[in-house]
Design a protein. Structure first.
Length: 202
């Protein structure tokens, strides 16, 4: 954008006026008028705009449980957020295995807005086989589990793969923290009465 200086009347000192003839005065007035009308370039400093965030599909495969989910240990059911190394958890064989590693994955508002596919899966009470889990449970879409087949068999699937089954659905969360753990080897552990697979990271 350009602006023009306002035109100001041309004045000449009286002593100089006496030394100039009429033609010189006209020439001087024209030059001064032209100079006064020259455009002045506005200098506007603009802050750089941040690049827009683009949603990208994410293949969310990390396992995990919402912290209030309760895992069966040798001293009772314990919220997974309170689980520590060396705690003993019950496995499908009936034996108890020592926890070797515990980790948390916090997904904040910005991450969840860009990657809604990482939102947790709600498995309602008794949604699997009409027996378990004992209570509603939230798990990561990448959490492996043993899903009972209607004919009595079980299938090893992830929570994301059973979305759409009765009482199993994806939940909207503005943010979520997943807790995961393993016992040093591939194990199937009891969480809220259901069986879930836990393994060392690969």
């Amino acid at each position: 954008m350009q602006r023009r200086r306002p035109t100001r009347p041309v004045t000449v000192h009286p002593e100089l006026r006496e030394d100039l003839n009429l033609q010189e005065l006209k020439t001087l007035s024209a030059v001064l008028a032209q100079i006064s009308q020259m455009p002045v370039e506005d200098k506007i400093i603009k802050r750089p705009q941040p690049a827009p965030r683009v949603k990208q599909a994410l293949d969310w495969s990390l396992p995990g449980f919402e912290g209030k989910a309760r895992v069966t240990t040798n001293f009772g059911e314990l919220p997974i957020e309170a689980l520590r190394r060396r705690d003993m958890v019950k496995t499908i064989s009936g034996a108890y295995r020592e926890v070797q590693w515990v980790d948390t994955i916090r997904l904040d508002v910005d991450f969840m807005e860009l990657h809604p596919e990482a939102a947790p899966i709600l498995i309602r009470e008794r949604a699997m086989g009409g027996l378990y889990p004992r209570r509603n449970i939230l798990v990561s879409p990448g959490q492996p589990l043993r899903y009972p087949h209607p004919h009595g068999d079980t299938m090893n699937l992830t929570a994301g793969e059973v979305v759409g089954q009765p009482n199993i659905l994806r939940m909207h969360r503005s943010e979520i923290t997943y807790y995961r753990f393993h016992c040093g080897t591939d194990e199937t552990v009891c969480v809220e009465g259901s069986w879930f697979h836990v393994s060392p990271p690969k």
